[in-house]
Design a protein around this ligand. Structure first.
Ligand code: OXD
Ligand code: MN
Length: 589
């Protein structure tokens, strides 16, 4: 039995239990026996389904309500005493008003249910990066998912008993009433309250809520950064490993890039890629003036559709054991799972994500929801880097910003310096995806891929980026990429996936000062021949189109950036100057 001796923790749990009124309180110690017993509960109530234990050992299937399948940005709020501290890009509610409103919803919300108390750490306990949270929930899905996605166990409890500060996270699925769904953050109280959802992004409170929204706020106070970034390790035999971070909006290929398989041509030259993280980076400045990153998570909450043995074999292999699949289709003959483009054999005797009978080969509707997910332990990943487990920061050579853009944005270019890179990040735009409720495919500004995840005023966030740059003697170089540019027939021009390594190697050569670059209105582009496209069937004409900077497109871009900037009362002068500069460069084209 877990003993929490930290009185502050016990008082808070008692207070939350008095509010939510569960029939029983269970402390999660992370032991296998305890998680197994809880899983059996979920199977008995059919909250979850056990999949084929020979083919998918330890794997479970879970379905959310059809109205609860993605993050809900409209119902996600930042509650600071002053509205301007949340800024123009966040939904703001006064903290007391929100506590009162949600307090009424939480009142008795766990009646007749068990309350689980999950002490967890983001980051490896004992490292300077680690932040402790405690999530209270009435959902077994949350308990089992948190046990995959975060570090749960005795060392977290020991840290709490030694007096560690913690983020207070309260979740209740209540009755999943979407009219009363709220995901509320109280950065000034280090508190998160989420009610009436069971979708991972809204309820696994260590992830988006703590590691990004509260994390970014803490990072601003404490002089570090919480970012929506993957971390990739690139090695060439006989050379020092290099580390790269990449910020891309949700469902734009971070997991695929983080787990990429080098094309044979590069493997033969001794290149190797390993994964450190696929979604979140916490970054601190080291004594040597470089920027160091960790992945604070312990698992992957990846988008299933589109993942297959060609696009991402490492992700496929990661999900073969100990994984929870949510809202994918089921193969009833084999008791396994299926999703669009997993393979060419959709099950004829299947069930779609809604639980309806589904005949894959003849089906007119999708089997899996476009935002269906796998929740898989990072340790399963065949190419997980050893630095992942130690939780020590890795020195970052390059930061990549990227979006999903059919037009305008070239394949790759480099920022002229750190502040110009901050401008490029602040001006980023991308097509919306199924990861959040709302229309898909609409271009919107999503600075640093943090629009839905920044826990405070984004103008101050940009300033924080600029200030971090000033504190580094050897900052990472900053780049922008677009894997998604299409031709006049709406076909992608760049092969993507493993071939994205080609752009990364160009970046690393730039970081090492091995090659020059060409000045363009946007920044520094590869000189002809420097981006190695050996073995790709790309004509000169396509290469030109991939890198073209079109005047009319960029006049519209500049206008769009200006419109976005106009939302803010004031922005760092470094950014407004960079925009003015871009505008005159485009005019001169
Ligand atoms: C995610 C997201 O789940 O960004 O990572 O929505
Ligand atoms: Mn994400």
């Amino acid at each position: 039995m877990t003993m929490i001796t930290n009185q502050f923790v016990n008082d808070w749990v008692k207070e939350m239990a008095e509010l939510t009124k569960p029939e029983e309180i269970i402390w999660i110690d992370g032991s296998e026996e305890q998680l197994e017993a809880i899983k059996q509960d979920a199977l008995a109530t059919k909250e979850m389904i056990e999949l084929n234990q020979e083919k998918l050992p330890g794997c479970l299937y879970y379905r959310t309500k059809p109205t609860d399948v993605a993050r809900d940005e409209k119902r996600t709020v930042i509650c600071t005493r002053r509205k301007e501290d949340a800024g123009p890009t966040n939904n703001w509610v006064d903290p007391q008003e929100m506590y009162d409103k949600m307090g009424k919803l939480f009142d008795g919300s766990m009646k007749g249910r068990k309350m689980y108390v999950i002490p967890f750490s983001m980051g490896v306990v004992g490292t300077e990066f680690s932040k402790i949270g405690i999530e209270i929930t009435d959902s077994i899905y949350v308990v089992l998912s948190m046990a995959i996605m975060t570090r749960v166990g005795k060392d977290v409890i020991d840290a709490l008993n030694a007096g560690a500060d913690f983020t207070k996270c309260l979740h209740s699925k209540a009755d999943i009433n979407e009219q009363e769904k709220y995901i509320a953050h109280f950065p000034e109280d280090n508190t998160i309250w989420s009610i009436n959802s069971a979708y991972g992004g809204n309820v696994l409170l260590g992830k988006k809520c703590l590691a990004l929204r509260i994390g970014s706020y803490l990072g601003k106070q404490e002089g570090w950064m919480a970012e929506h970034m993957l971390i990739l390790k690139v090695e060439k035999e006989g050379e020092e490993p290099k580390y790269v971070c990449g910020a891309f909006p949700s469902a734009c290929g971070k997991t695929n890039l983080a787990m990429l398989t080098p094309p044979d041509y590069f493997k033969e030259q001794g290149y190797k890629v390993s994964t450190i993280g696929d979604d979140i980076s916490w970054l601190r400045i080291g004594e040597d003036g470089r920027l160091y990153a960790v992945n604070p998570e312990n698992g992957f909450f990846g988008v299933a559709p589109g993942t297959n043995m060609k696009s991402n074999p490492n992700a496929m292999l990661t999900t073969m054991k100990g994984t929870i699949f949510t809202n994918v289709a089921r193969n009833l003959d084999e008791n396994t799972v299926w999703w669009e483009s997993m393979d060419k054999n959709p099950p004829a005797n299947g069930e779609d994500w809604l639980g309806n009978p589904w005949n894959g080969p003849e089906a007119e509707v999708k089997g899996a929801h476009p935002n269906s997910r796998f929740t898989a332990p990072a340790a399963n990943c065949p190419i997980i880097a050893n630095e992942f487990a130690t939780g020590e920061g890795v020195p970052i050579s390059a930061i990549i910003f990227g979006g999903r853009r059919a037009k305008a944005e070239p394949l790759v270019y480099q920022a002229k310096d750190w502040n110009h890179g901050v401008f490029i990040g602040s001006a980023m735009a991308s097509e919306t995806t199924a990861a959040a409720n709302g229309q898909v495919g609409v271009v919107r500004h999503d600075p640093m891929a943090m629009l839905p995840f920044c826990g405070y005023n984004m103008a101050e966030y940009f300033q924080h980026w600029i200030d971090m740059g000033k504190r580094m003697t050897n900052p990472p170089k900053i780049f922008h990429v677009n894997w998604f540019r299409t031709d006049e027939n709406d076909k992608f021009m760049w092969p993507g996936f493993g071939d994205n390594l080609r752009a990364i190697l160009w970046m690393l050569d730039r970081c090492d000062g091995k090659i020059g670059a060409e000045s363009t209105p946007l920044g520094l582009a590869p000189k002809k021949g420097d981006l190695d496209v050996t073995g790709l069937d790309l004509s000169d004409e396509v290469m030109e189109k991939l890198f073209a900077v079109n005047k009319a497109d960029w006049e519209a871009e500049v206008e769009g950036i200006q419109e976005f900037y106009d939302k803010f009362d004031s922005l760092p002068v470094e950014l407004t100057d960079a925009l003015a500069n871009l505008k005159s460069e485009i005019e001169a084209l």
